[in-house]
Each structure stands twice: as C-alpha cells, then as structure tokens.
Design a protein around this ligand. Structure first.
Ligand code: CO
Length: 221
C-alpha cells in the first residue's frame, strides 16, 4: 500500500487529538447526536467540501453530493436524504451548490461518450434544452459553460421546490428555505444566485414566480 494511504489514517489520529486538546468534550458531544440547520446538495467534486468552504464544523451540515449537484426526482438516495433532513432533522435551509468548471456540466455540453455516466449526464442535458436559446446565444464557450453551471443550479432549486417532500413541509412548517449557490474555484468565493425560493409566496405561485427569479442581470460577469 502506498504511503499516502497510511497518511490518511495518521492524519485522522492527529486531527482527533487536536480536537480533544482544544475541547475535551468535543467528541462526547458530537456522539450525542446531530442538529444540523442546513442540507447541502453539492457536486461530488473533490474541491468542494461543504464544511470547509462555509467555515462550519462537524455536525452543522447534512450533506448529499453527486455529479453536478442534481436533484433527480426518481433518485431514491437523494429523496431519502432530503426526507430525513427536512422531516426528521428539520433543517431550516437547503442549499444547492454547484461550481464553475464543473466537469459534469462541461461533459453534458458536448457529445462525447463516457459510458455509464452518460445516463446521468442526460439529466443535465435536459437543463441545456430548457435554456437552449440563452445558452446558444453566448458565443464564448467559457462564458456559456459558466452560465450553464448557473442555470443548472437554478433548475435544481426549482425541481427541489416541486418535490412533495418540500411542498408538504412548506405547508406544515413554512420551511426550509431553498437557495442556489455557485462556488468559484479560482477565488474560493461563493456566488449566491439569488434564486432563493421565498416562502411568503403561495405554493401555487411558484410556477409564476420562476421567470422573475431567472434574471439575466449580473449573470456572466
Ligand atoms: Co462538479
């Protein structure tokens, strides 16, 4: 086995020791249970660890990740995480976080075949079709990809808001709020896409609300 592998286990011991040195009860408290306020639906990309980019610690964010941070209605894994987060943990916020330079989104923009993953990319390609006029109108490939990343996040926010889990929760407890973010790898900064679905609107207004949210302002800067 290579050295790097063993290093991971050694690092774990060091991290645990440091935590206990700072706070002797740290792990005892963690072991009692979790009360995260946030569900994070992010890309699997190794450069996007939810806790690290938000300056939060263990126990603060419940996480679901997949390639290109997708909300796919038939994905039992995602639905189970969402149901548990919303109905058991009762999180206040759900954040869909994508990132510029997303390999999944980029692959969905082209026609290359990658094997099994093509089935997953299909869902992202559907988003392209929805925004085709706007995206085809952006000549620069890099800028088009950036915008594709953004509209993909926006679309997942809407798909999330239409799930029965979220709809029922809004009716019952007027929560959680849903947000769309894009992480800029080259600066480490998060861009809030301002697609927050506000709960002061009636549920049946969500559809009408969409065009207002998909603002072209301040998009590809
Ligand atoms: Co990605």
């Amino acid at each position: 086995m290579d050295r790097y592998y063993y290093q991971l286990l050694e690092n774990n011991v060091k991290v645990a020791q440091k935590r206990v040195a700072d706070d002797p009860d740290y792990f005892r408290n963690l072991a009692k249970g979790q009360q995260p306020k946030v569900l994070w639906i992010g890309c699997s990309d190794s450069r996007l660890p939810a806790n690290e980019v938000t300056g939060t610690r263990q126990g603060e964010i419940f996480v679901h990740r997949n390639i290109a941070n997708m909300v796919v209605h038939s994905d039992m894994n995602m639905l189970s995480v969402l149901d548990y987060a919303v109905n058991v943990l009762k999180v206040d916020h759900v954040i869909v976080c994508g990132h510029y330079g997303c390999g999944g989104v980029e692959a969905a923009m082209g026609n290359k075949h990658y094997g099994l993953i093509d089935n997953w990319l299909r869902h992202i390609k559907d988003v392209y079709r929805l925004y085709q006029d706007e995206l085809d109108g952006i000549e620069d490939r890099e800028l088009r990809l950036q915008r594709f990343v953004e509209v993909n996040v926006i679309e997942q926010v809407f798909d999330l808001s239409k799930t029965s889990i979220i709809q029922n929760s809004w009716e019952k407890r007027k929560a959680p709020h849903i947000h769309g973010w894009v992480y800029e790898l080259s600066t480490g900064l998060i861009k809030d896409l301002q697609v927050t679905v506000r709960l002061d609107k009636d549920l049946d207004q969500i559809e009408e609300f969409e065009p207002l949210l998909i603002s072209k302002k301040g998009v590809v800067e």
